[in-house]
Design a binder for this molecule. Structure first.
Ligand SMILES: *Cc1c(COP(=O)(O)O)cnc(C)c1O
Length: 377
């Protein structure tokens, strides 16, 4: 299991690829035989490692991947990932040569850009698959529904691009009330029907994790799960994910570097925001906001030591923080500390940390994963 940390940091992110694969299989089963699964591996696979995650999923049959930018698609190709790679933010002229060379499929939403891409591809004797993005209520990327006809005309005329898919995105699929999501699905499905009359081979996809889990009618030909693959429920709603088993993929661990006793009335860390009320034993941990253990966790976070929860006390520093271990026996320098993940019977989830940080699990995973060395177990 846990490898010995080689030279380098005491802080380690552990990525459990078996749990990742199990989540993928559960999502595939949920999607059923008619809907493919596009693992969303943008942003370094939500901090889990772009290439490692894509490779582990390709090993068990994933054949279409979603990235944010062209550069991520290029990295996947250079690492030997085959299948379709969809660039969700699309591409600009400066990306076209890589799009063509690495056989990436950009999302498109601009007439001039599509024409230019087609001309470039035609010159090289290629046809680039593109996915047309329609804004059905997200208020983000995409053309408006009343522009669809104009784009369909264009796709019939151009020789260098092929309409491989049409997509949209939900802003409220994580809500317990699915009515906005249902309405958007209906609008999208109407458009898809019209598009299929002219481009029968194109796939349609709109469901993120939340919709894929909670809204069967939104699954269409393909689902695009991100957060659920990484083992988090997209909604904090208590039974939102009761229909599927998801296991956390990322853990964050550090070690105790010093155990010390201080008297009652002793100020701890910058600003003395915390003062002991009893003779106190402190564990000094070599982790701080530079490692993604953000300063806002000061006075809020708990960590696991010896299978027990203990509070982080005082301000979190750049590379250090302190846990109050007065109530624990036998803690020594070198002992493992779990900041996120399981130890013994206790577990601290990304959602719990997100609660302390007043954010969402997505941001916790990206921040922790992006700030530390990763180990694959
Ligand atoms: C990030 C993203 C997803 C995945 O969303 P989750 O909530 O993580 O499942 C799906 N589609 C698009 C367009 C995205 O940008």
């Amino acid at each position: 299991m846990a490898e010995v940390t080689p030279s380098g940091s005491w802080n380690r992110i552990e990525i459990n690829l078996e749990n990742l694969q199990a989540n993928y299989r559960n999502l595939s089963n949920l999607a059923g035989p008619d809907a493919r699964v596009m693992p969303v591996v943008k942003s370094d696979a939500y901090g889990h490692g772009l290439v490692e995650v894509a490779a582990a999923l390709a090993d068990i049959g994933a054949s279409v991947f979603g990235v944010a930018e062209t550069e991520e698609g290029v990295r996947l190709r250079k690492a030997g990932i085959e299948g379709e790679i969809i660039v969700l933010l699309g591409a600009m002229a400066e990306n076209f040569s890589e799009i063509i060379r690495y056989a990436l499929a950009p999302v498109v939403y601009d007439l001039a850009m599509i024409k230019e891409l087609s001309a470039r591809a035609e010159k090289e004797g290629k046809k680039v698959p593109v996915h047309l993005k329609i804004d059905t209520g997200m208020g983000r990327l995409g053309i408006m529904p009343d522009e669809v006809d104009e784009y369909l005309e264009l796709f019939s005329e151009l020789a260098g691009v092929e309409l491989a898919g049409v997509l949209s995105h939900f802003p409220m699929a994580d809500s317990s009330d699915q009515s906005a999501t249902d309405t958007q699905t209906a609008v999208f499905s109407q458009l898809v029907k019209k598009i299929h009359e002219r481009f029968a081979g194109s796939v349609s996809h709109i469901a993120n994790s939340a919709a894929a889990i909670r809204n069967p009618g939104s699954r269409l030909n393909m689902i695009r799960p991100g957060i659920a693959l990484y083992g988090c429920c997209p909604s904090a709603g208590s039974d939102f994910c009761s229909g599927i088993t998801l296991q956390p993929v990322m853990s964050f661990k550090t070690r105790v570097i010093q155990v010390k006793e201080v008297p009652a009335g002793y100020g701890v860390s910058y600003g003395h925001q915390f003062t002991t009320t009893r003779p106190t034993r402190l564990a000094v941990l070599p982790v701080g906001y530079d490692d993604g253990y953000l300063r806002r966790l000061s006075g809020r976070a708990e960590v696991l030591i010896g299978g027990k929860r203990v509070p982080v006390v005082g301000r979190i520093c750049m590379n250090a923080c302190m846990a109050d271990i007065t109530d624990l026996d036998r803690v020594q320098a070198g002992d493992e500390v779990v900041l996120m993940g399981r130890q013994g019977l206790e577990e601290i989830s990304a959602d719990e940390i997100a609660g302390w940080l007043e954010t969402i699990s997505y941001e916790v995973l990206c921040t922790f994963g992006g700030s530390n060395h990763r180990f694959y177990v």
